[in-house]
Design a protein around this ligand. Structure first.
Ligand SMILES: NC(=O)c1ccc[n+]([C@@H]2O[C@H](COP(=O)([O-])OP(=O)(O)OC[C@H]3O[C@@H](n4cnc5c(N)ncnc54)[C@H](O)[C@@H]3O)[C@@H](O)[C@H]2O)c1
Length: 360
């Protein structure tokens, strides 16, 4: 455990996202001591450790947990998050699980339960809530500035279709590590737009508004792939608010992506754009307020997630995105997937057996 002022960190999964974001961010974080990297592919683990001056590389979670850690970051393919996260939480070690927290709602709520039982902190690796605009929206809605939320619409349209085709060569040309083709291109591993991208939009809506999904009707479109390329969700919330959430990975250029949220309340509305870094707040009886435009980094501060894990472990910061938000998002997306499959509405409430509290 912490001996000095730095948190001892273990990283699980030496893949694309770790190499592009977590390893550079943790290496540059003066509060973090990167101790060990785990990947079943020993060569990947060793290569990442050598590249970022990390003293140990291992191939199992048990070996990783032998290193007396304060926190563990899990950045493995979607369908493999539960096991390493559960083992670390049971050992009383703080965990940040990458998005989507899990594919299965039971596994997601199981992690929430394990964290509560062991007292370890559980974060989910969504970057958008770490932006100042998302924080402002959350605060003003909690204060009642726009009244009761009545309707939300979100559009998350990004340029990731190439991953769903299993074409990782383009990524390999730009980044230190390329993802495994199976991570995003195979339905069996939770590939596709719903779990890869819609998870960002859905979680941000839940996190900013405090709304809780009741039921969802969804359609999915696969564009001839093994996984979904586009999804459209109509969601009814507890308390009566409604939402539409739409997503596609079909945008042909990253710079042309659209990430827009319109949140309407009884007394005003909010226009948030995390791709352009803009935020407008329009309130009955007030002049419209345009918040200062954010840089691309500040609108999506990807390096902030590992920083939050480290800060919380040192008692210097909160769990900004708790496991409950991740698990509610898994509930919603799992229900949406089922709705699209059967062609009818599905309850998006946590399964009765899974309810462990109202969550943050
Ligand atoms: N927060 C974000 O904005 C963001 C962005 C990109 C990716 N991600 C998430 O990060 C995670 C990893 O994505 P990626 O693109 O790096 O994937 P990737 O295909 O590069 O795989 C990650 C690595 O995990 C390893 N691995 C597989 N099973 C493992 C296990 N059981 N234990 C340890 N390591 C294991 C693989 O060998 C691989 O090296 C995914 O859940 C993804 O959704 C998040």
């Amino acid at each position: 455990m912490t001996t000095g002022s730095r948190a001892r960190v273990g990283l699980v999964g030496a893949g694309w996202w770790s190499g592009r974001t977590h390893l550079p961010a943790l290496s540059a974080n003066p509060d973090a001591e990167l101790v060990v990297i785990c990947d079943p592919d020993a060569e990947r683990a060793q290569a990442a450790a050598a590249m970022f001056d990390v003293p140990h590389s291992v191939t199992t979670i048990e070996q990783l947990l032998d290193h007396d850690l304060d926190c563990v970051l899990v950045a493995t393919p979607h369908d493999t998050h539960h096991r390493p996260a559960a083992a670390a939480l049971d050992a009383g070690v703080d965990v940040m699980v990458e998005k989507p927290m899990t594919l299965d709602p039971g596994q997601a709520w199981d992690l929430v339960r394990r964290a509560r039982e062991s007292g370890a902190r559980l974060h989910v690796g969504y970057p958008f809530p770490h932006s100042p605009h998302a924080a402002a929206v959350r605060e003003l809605i909690a204060r009642g500035d726009i009244g009761e939320p009545v309707m939300v619409t979100g559009l998350f349209a990004t340029s990731v279709a190439t991953l769903y085709r299993g074409n990782v060569d383009l990524v390999a040309e730009q980044d230190r590590f390329a993802p495994r083709a199976s991570t995003y291109a195979e339905r069996a591993h939770g590939g596709g737009q719903l779990h890869t991208q819609m998870t960002h939009a859905a979680s941000l809506v839940l996190w900013t508004t405090g709304l809780r999904p009741r039921e969802v009707s969804a359609y999915a479109q696969d564009g001839g792939l093994d996984v979904d390329l586009s999804d459209a969700l109509a969601v009814s919330m507890e308390g009566g608010a409604i939402a539409t959430l739409a997503t596609t990975g079909s945008v042909y250029d990253h710079n042309l992506r659209l990430e827009e949220y319109r949140i309407f309340g009884s007394e005003g509305h909010v226009l948030l754009d995390t791709a352009r870094g803009t935020l407008w707040v329009l309130r009955r009886g007030h002049e419209p307020v345009e918040h200062p435009t954010l840089s691309e980094h500040d609108a999506q501060p990807s390096d902030a997630t590992s920083a939050a894990l480290v800060a919380a472990a040192l008692g210097k910061g909160p769990v900004l995105v708790p496991g409950e938000i991740g698990a509610m998002t898994v509930d919603l997306l799992n229900a949406a997937q089922e709705s699209a499959r059967i062609g009818g509405p599905i309850s998006a409430r946590p399964a009765a057996s899974a309810v462990v509290g109202s969550g943050g």
